[in-house]
Design a protein around this ligand. Structure first.
Ligand SMILES: Cc1cc2nc3c(=O)[nH]c(=O)nc-3n(C[C@H](O)[C@H](O)[C@H](O)COP(=O)(O)OP(=O)(O)OC[C@H]3O[C@@H](n4cnc5c(N)ncnc54)[C@H](O)[C@@H]3O)c2cc1C
Length: 460
């Protein structure tokens, strides 16, 4: 059967549902297609489940360190991963169901369940239905990549999605890949009680971030007993005695990592391969992303790509910002562009690492005259009171214009405190402006004006 709409939205991830809300409120009819779980990656296998499990892991960590806070140790404390999972599943289900009922009850929106594929630039097929529209918005997201590692077909492995289904704690989890996903799972499973080894090709963690950040994050993890095997040049997988083995050396390797479970956390790939893009006249780039312009329009007029599938961001906040850009430009006569947004992100190890803008390494490479302010968390009262003094606050300011160029916070509350710097940067504010702010005591953020008052030239 053929159905006609003003717009089609493919994928109920972080951009599509809100876009449906705006378009239908403006009087458009929308055909909405989702093939699996409403809420996409973030709600079902990404942000929400991991942060829920990280909260359980934090509770375990606090129990283990009860004596540090003057409490008697908790004897016979064990982890019940099935219960940790049940808590996480309940949080995920509430979010997914809320979104699903919002969309299915949305006036002027018709939801189809299945995989959408192009049949022409203005039509897509879903099961036996053909959906036509002059405007098509792709929000198809991505999935864990299966890297071409030697031995990958011989070894059972977990992905960032399937690991969330475990009900028994791995005795020894080996994680290949030290990006945000690998690091978060490493610490959470370590805190729940697994032995954890991270294998990573790069000689240090977080190669796109500053060395001091990488060192601080590595210390946080190794202090908790996580083994880091960095600089693994020739990663190969094998199975011996029913257990996964990860070879890390190009030579005969007596020091291979052997564990009970293997997680591959080596990036993600966009869900663009089964869209039949060619039928719309679209072509994915070499990394399978759908190329878009500053307004997120593809090379075919009337087709937009939002979220992880366009390669312009890999976060929930970038996907949602894509929605805001498209909605503003279509419905509010806006002129919003992707390049207006600042690079912001956090990695939810505990304490977290949050950042905005450029790094010290970026400035050195560009030869930008820069002033640096830095304060260890040992000199932040709130961190001391909480007994969480790892990490630092670091800010970077242009030496001539006083403009704020970037900041990194590794430390307790850093994921929240960074937002006062993000806001100041969006307002194109200066260090002098930051120094005049009075913040609430006692917070981590209250020290940020002080850090902007302690600027020094970068050490050579
Ligand atoms: C373990 C993990 C932790 C993460 N933690 C964070 C975090 O803390 N903060 C953060 O900002 N980001 C985090 N992310 C990243 C974040 O989840 C993604 O960036 C975000 O979900 C991208 O949203 P999206 O809308 O682009 O796509 P998705 O959320 O992936 O949604 C795409 C949807 O499209 C559907 N779909 C795909 N193809 C079709 C088709 N042909 N027809 C119909 N439907 C289709 C899919 O089923 C899916 O529901 C995490 C990711 C992972 C894996």
């Amino acid at each position: 059967m053929t159905h006609s709409f003003d717009a089609l939205i493919i994928g109920a991830g972080q951009a599509g549902p809100s876009l449906a809300g705006r378009l239908t409120a403006a009087g458009w009819t929308v055909g909405f297609v989702e093939r699996k779980n409403f809420g996409g990656t973030c709600v079902n296998t990404g942000c929400t489940p991991t942060k829920a499990m990280i909260a359980s892991a934090k509770a375990a960590h606090t129990l283990r360190h009860a004596t540090q806070f003057g409490l008697a140790p908790v004897p016979d404390f064990t982890t019940d991963l099935a219960q940790v999972k049940a808590r996480k599943d309940a949080i995920v289900a509430a979010s997914r169901k809320g979104l699903e009922s919002w969309l299915t009850q949305m006036p002027r929106c018709t939801v189809f369940r299945g995989t959408a594929r192009f049949v022409s630039p203005t039509a897509m097929q879903v099961n036996d239905d053909v959906l036509e529209a002059k405007h098509i918005f792709l929000n198809v997201g991505g999935r864990p990549a299966s890297p071409p590692l030697p031995g990958i077909n011989q070894v059972p492995y977990l992905t960032s999605s399937t690991i969330l289904e475990l009900e028994e704690l791995p005795a020894h989890l080996i994680i290949v890949g030290a990006g945000a996903v690998g690091l978060e799972f490493a610490q959470l499973f370590r805190r729940l009680g697994s032995q954890v080894t991270i294998v990573e090709r790069n000689p240090r963690l977080l190669p796109h971030d500053d060395e001091d950040v990488a060192t601080a994050v590595a210390e946080i993890l190794t202090n908790e007993g996580i083994t880091l095997r960095l600089g693994a040049e020739c990663i190969a997988l094998a199975q011996e005695n029913g257990q996964p083995v990860v070879h890390v050396s190009c030579e005969q390797d007596p020091t291979s990592s052997r564990g009970s479970h293997l997680l591959l956390a080596m990036g993600r790939q966009p869900n663009t391969d089964d869209l039949a893009l060619e039928k719309a006249g679209l072509q994915a780039d070499a990394r399978s992303f759908i190329p878009v312009d500053e307004q997120l329009q593809t090379t075919v007029p009337g087709i937009w790509a939002l979220g992880d599938c366009n390669g312009r961001g890999a976060f929930t906040h970038t996907a949602y910002n894509d929605f805001e850009i498209v909605a503003a430009n279509l419905l509010d006569h806006g002129q919003r562009r992707v390049s207006e947004r600042l690079p912001v992100s956090a990695i939810y190890v505990d304490p977290p690492f949050a950042k905005v803008g450029l790094t010290e390494a970026d400035m050195r490479a560009a030869g930008t005259p820069v002033l640096l302010g830095k304060r260890p968390m040992t000199k932040v009262g709130r961190a001391v009171e909480k007994g969480e003094t790892q990490g630092f606050i670091k800010v970077l300011v242009h030496a001539e214009t006083d403009q704020i160029l970037g900041a990194s916070i590794v430390g307790v509350g850093g994921d929240e405190a960074i937002h006062c710097i993000i806001t100041a940067m969006y307002a194109q504010q200066t260090a002098a402006f930051m120094r005049r702010n009075m913040f609430i005591h006692p917070t981590v953020a209250e020290l940020i004006p002080t850090v902007f008052g302690e600027l020094k030239p970068l050490a050579k």
